[in-house]
Design a binder for this molecule. Structure first.
Ligand code: NDP
Length: 285
């Protein structure tokens, strides 16, 4: 089995290195704080001489700046750098140019599971960059989870990753607002849980509440029919939610921002369209 060098041994990188070891790969490890390598060394990994020591470098750090700090001015001739760290799509594109300038090739990725999920069923990672290079290392990277290739543009993997995270963080924050509101009337989080799960499942389904699909199709078609659910009605309803939270003595930043966005789409004259018309306001801040 080929050797892989893991650069960055936070929770993610440490789990990745352990997963590569479990899959039978030779593994080299490098971390700014060298002591974090100890548990992996005792499992058979070798200590890399530098962050560029190896032909396949899998990087998992807090940001792309950390990769530059780690590599210093080392050359990367013929090396493949697979960076699975978070940053902006623009910085990933810039990193692709900088890695190429040192003779290497950058594959970017966004891992869609937390450390315990790495290498487990259901784990997947969005990758972008040159497909032939990714294909050459697919057998190794598959140890981390399913490979979901999204295109040659190195910024794309991060856009897909951020799109998912935006939905993840905003829907979970809404769940917390919902639970806090009900909590002010003595309804416990576990009492509400069945209804929260029903809504999440319905949104992803095919029924009349299957809004992930309904909205995507409307947005693709560029039409947002209001039908029996006008945006104006929903903006007023969202205002009632914000008032309810305020009356209950709760924080309202995110719900009030939603209300403001709905109101703007309404004020722009699209109140009789459906909720999908909000995307027109998002596109023109
Ligand atoms: P962190 O994002 O906290 O990253 C920690 C790693 O970054 C450590 O190895 C740390 O080194 C290194 N680092 C930070 N600054 C520098 C620097 N200037 N130079 C060199 N190394 C530096 O931990 P995670 O492991 O949780 O996350 C890694 C990446 O994976 C992040 O981009 C994160 O967004 C992403 N991710 C995380 C998930 C999670 O659930 N944890 C899930 C999906 C993606 P040192 O030990 O020396 O401090």
């Amino acid at each position: 089995m080929s050797e892989v060098t893991v650069v960055g041994l936070g929770p993610m990188g440490s789990k990745m290195a352990a997963t590569f070891l479990d899959a039978g790969h030779e593994v080299a490890v490098w971390n700014r704080t060298a002591s974090k390598a100890e548990p992996l060394l005792s499992r058979g990994a070798r200590r890399a001489a530098s962050a560029a020591d190896g032909e396949l470098l899998v990087v998992s750090q807090i940001s792309y700046q950390a990769m530059y700090d780690s590599l210093g001015d080392e050359r990367l001739d013929g090396k493949v750098v697979v960076n699975l760290s978070s940053d902006t799509p623009e910085r990933l594109r810039e990193a692709a140019r900088r890695v190429a300038g040192r003779g290497g090739t950058l594959i970017t990725g966004g891992v869609m599971v937390p450390p315990p999920g790495i290498g487990r069923p259901g784990a997947y990672t969005f990758y972008s960059g040159p497909k032939d290079v990714l294909d050459r290392h697919a057998a190794t990277l598959a140890a981390l989870g399913e490979i979901t290739y999204v295109g040659a543009d190195q910024g794309l993997a991060m856009m897909y990753y951020q799109a998912q995270l935006l939905m993840f963080w905003s829907s979970l924050t809404s769940l917390m607002h919902a639970q806090a509101l009900l909590g002010t009337s003595g309804v416990g989080p576990l009492e509400f849980l069945p209804y929260a799960r029903t809504l999440f499942a319905q949104l992803g389904g095919d029924g009349p509440m299957g809004y992930a699909k309904i909205l995507s199709e409307e947005i693709a078609a560029g039409r947002h029919p209001g039908g029996e659910n006008s945006l104006h009605m929903q903006a007023v309803g969202m205002g009632h939610v914000v008032e309810a939270l305020t009356d209950a003595g709760l924080e309202t930043t995110v719900p009030a921002a939603l209300k403001a966005l709905f109101d703007r789409a309404d004020a722009e004259g699209r109140g009789q369209e459906g909720i999908g018309t909000v995307i027109e306001s998002i596109r023109k801040p």
